[in-house]
Design a protein around this ligand. Structure first.
Ligand SMILES: Cc1ncc(COP(=O)(O)O)c(C=O)c1O
Length: 385
């Protein structure tokens, strides 16, 4: 069985082939422990499910405005202020079919051919694909283990050209789990002002921050609201990946433009999902806090176990990923993933799927109960022996 690994830094459909090859191998095996995907293993809390059922029972079967349910936008506006000190009114917010759609809408609305887009890297590669859809050019700004994979302002400056239009800031980041610290965020804001850049701030993991790490929403800083699109959604924090609800907040003129495109694409995000999302924001938060505490327990357990194996990683301050350097195995990360899967049934993805050029890293998602993570660490230990 052979897998073709695409080592080029350009993200292409070959990368999807690699991902599906690993998934195909896994699907033919028994007793696989999947630490690969970015989809919470918890189900959506019951009160959210009940709210969506109630909406259906009450005949909420129809279109909403393309910007989304007014009461949901109002709740998001309040939540933005309470949690992140962001000042967006409800008519500066549009509900989307997940942050995935927000990314596409933002790119289509803002880019023209040959524009350059700086992207925190290694990265969520939807950014590359959507930038290319607009005939524009993705430009990775690398982050490094020595900096705990935080985005470093000086490395951004080195990549700015006359064609640079946007900077995509993803903190906490996927696949590294890195939280870019507030001081860096403030410097990045100044760079955006000095170079007239628009920031796309993907904050989908902003509620999943651990220990002493701090999230600063760049759009809350002075003179930044007018040049920032803030992206967030329900998939990760509330275990609602299948519901497809996200949102974008930004300057009114850009929101208006995106609303037209959004209307042309799909009119509105699923109506009963939006009622579920409303219950997620306005309802009890105990279940959500429980999930977050459990993620943190798994995170601490995995960090210790990986260190005991002799692997290193950048401090994963957020999300549910640990970007792990497996050079100690004397294998490339892609071979490590393949061999580990075939020999032990533990599934993880190599960093080259996230646009990394160094084939040294794997992304571990701690989206399994601790006992399963413990079992996978035992399997990794035995495999390395
Ligand atoms: C950084 C980042 N942005 C956006 C998304 C897409 O999220 P959604 O389910 O809201 O479309 C993901 C999903 O993994 C992600 O990791």
């Amino acid at each position: 069985m052979s897998i073709v690994f695409n080592k080029s830094k350009e993200i292409s459909l070959d990368d999807e082939t690699l991902r599906s090859d690993l998934l195909k191998i896994a699907s033919g095996m028994d007793n696989v422990i999947a630490l690969g995907r970015g989809d919470p293993d918890f189900h959506t809390p019951r009160h959210i499910v009940e709210a969506a059922k109630k909406a259906l029972d009450e005949n909420k079967h129809h279109y909403t405005p393309p910007t989304g349910l007014p009461e949901l936008r109002k709740s998001i506006s309040k939540n933005f202020e309470l949690k992140y000190n962001l000042d967006y009114s409800e008519d500066e917010i549009i509900i989307t079919a997940g942050v995935q759609e927000s990314i596409a809408l933002a790119m289509i609305s803002l880019l023209k051919a040959d524009d350059e887009v700086l992207i925190t890297s290694p990265r969520f590669t939807t950014y590359d694909l959507t930038v290319r859809m607009c005939n524009a050019k993705p430009v990775p700004v690398h982050t490094y283990e020595k900096d705990n994979f935080a985005l470093m302002p000086e490395l951004i400056e080195q990549k700015i050209t006359k064609k640079t239009k946007l900077l995509v800031l993803v903190s906490p980041n996927n696949p590294t789990g890195a939280v870019t610290p507030p001081n860096n965020i403030k410097k990045i804001a100044q760079i955006a002002i000095d170079n007239n850049l628009i920031i796309i701030s993907d904050e989908i993991y902003a509620d999943l921050i651990y220990d002493s790490h701090e999230h600063l929403s760049i759009g809350s800083l002075e003179k930044m609201k007018e040049r920032t699109l803030t992206l967030n959604g329900f998939s990760k924090t509330y275990a609602m990946t299948g519901w497809r609800v996200g949102y974008i907040a930004g300057p009114k003129d850009i929101i208006n433009k995106m609303t037209e495109i959004r209307h042309a694409l799909s009119i509105n995000s699923c109506t009963f999902s939006q009622y579920g999302a409303l219950a997620a924001l306005d309802g009890p938060q105990e279940e959500i806090n429980k999930m977050k505490n459990e993620y943190n327990e798994r995170r601490k357990f995995s960090m210790k176990a990986l260190s005991d194996i002799g692997f290193t990683y950048g401090d994963p301050g957020g999300a549910f990923y640990i970007y792990t350097n497996v050079s100690n195995s004397n294998m490339t990360a892609s071979n490590f993933c393949r061999e580990l899967l075939v020999n032990t049934g533990v599934l993880m993805f190599p960093g080259i799927l996230f646009g990394d050029e160094d084939d040294k890293y794997i992304r571990l998602s701690y989206l399994q109960p601790i006992e399963k993570i413990e079992e996978s660490m035992t399997r990794i230990n035995n495999f390395l022996k």
